[in-house]
Design a protein around this ligand. Structure first.
Ligand SMILES: Nc1ncnc2c1ncn2[C@@H]1O[C@H](COP(=O)(O)OP(=O)(O)O)[C@@H](O)[C@H]1O
Ligand SMILES: [Mg+2]
Length: 256
């Protein structure tokens, strides 16, 4: 396929056997086809991974520590390249993307980490604005975009505070605002509630659900069994680098 050419509307593949039929013609934000990832030290972190995520989905990625969740996420943001198979983001094959197109495609994904990764000397407002500055967004567009996402995550009043002056939940909401400011197709969160107590974790999940309801696709790796089981969203289970479960309305633990 020529660089940048995309069919746009991908037909839902037969690979995703247990997806409900009504999603078959939806646009796919993500498609992994026979993906494997072996690290240079020989460790096989992912094997035979097939996964499709239609636009608007909310997906929990679960599995024991070492199962390959973070590796899968790294492939999606092109932090690592698959050693076999294809990773398609919004129809574009990340493994065949010309280098100059990487920044544009990466902006389709907003990422949120367990440890927030905020810049300590910048305020909430500056942390979010910085994500736009580094991608060359015109100055006049930055202010309104930052204000909008800070309102969305409920941090307008904390805009001038430094990360050290925030609670853990507020730091994570800052990170979510930063992930959202490019108006991404997909938000990926890697254990976003891993450092938060249960009540604050629920607030973060509610925020991600609201963002999802507004139309952004969400993929969240988590160990938070209570949240996964309560929400009955799609659950993709990884074990030892393989997808062992892909269930709509699933619980944290397999129920069969
Ligand atoms: N950079 C790396 N080099 C070698 N092995 C790695 C690297 N990153 C992760 N791994 C290994 O790959 C496997 C999957 O890890 P990871 O994707 O972090 O799993 P999870 O996020 O589910 O805990 C583990 O065995 C881990 O030790
Ligand atoms: Mg991990």
């Amino acid at each position: 396929m020529a660089p940048g050419s995309s069919t746009g509307l991908l037909r839902h593949p037969t690979l995703a056997g247990d997806r409900p039929p009504e999603t078959t013609s939806e646009r796919l934000v993500l498609a992994l086809r026979d993906v494997a990832k072996t690290y240079p030290n020989g460790r096989a972190a992912l094997r035979d991974v097939n996964l499709t995520v239609p636009e608007g989905d909310f997906v929990f990625l679960v599995g024991p520590s070492g199962a390959g969740k973070t590796t899968l996420i790294k492939l999606l943001i092109r932090d690592e390249l698959a050693t076999a198979g294809q990773v398609l983001l919004d129809g574009q094959d990340l493994g065949r993307l010309p280098r100059r197109q990487v920044p544009r495609v990466r902006r389709k994904v907003g990422i949120v980490f367990q440890d927030y990764k905020l810049l300590p000397r910048k305020s909430v407002w500056e942390n979010v604005a910085f994500a736009l500055e580094v991608t060359g967004t015109p100055g006049r567009r930055i202010g309104p975009a930052v204000d909008r996402v800070l309102r969305l995550v409920g941090l307008a009043a904390q805009a001038r505070q430094l990360p050290t002056q925030l609670s853990g939940g507020e730091q994570q909401r800052t990170a979510i605002a930063r992930a959202l400011v490019h108006d991404p197709r997909l938000i990926i969160a890697d254990e976003p509630t891993g450092n938060l107590d249960p009540l604050i974790s629920w607030e973060i999940i509610q925020l991600l659900l609201r963002i999802n309801e507004m139309g952004t696709t969400v993929l969240m790796a988590t160990h938070n069994a209570e949240v996964v089981t309560a929400l009955r969203k799609r659950v993709v289970g990884l074990e030892d680098g393989r997808v062992v479960r892909d269930e709509v309305g699933g619980a944290y633990h397999r129920e069969d």
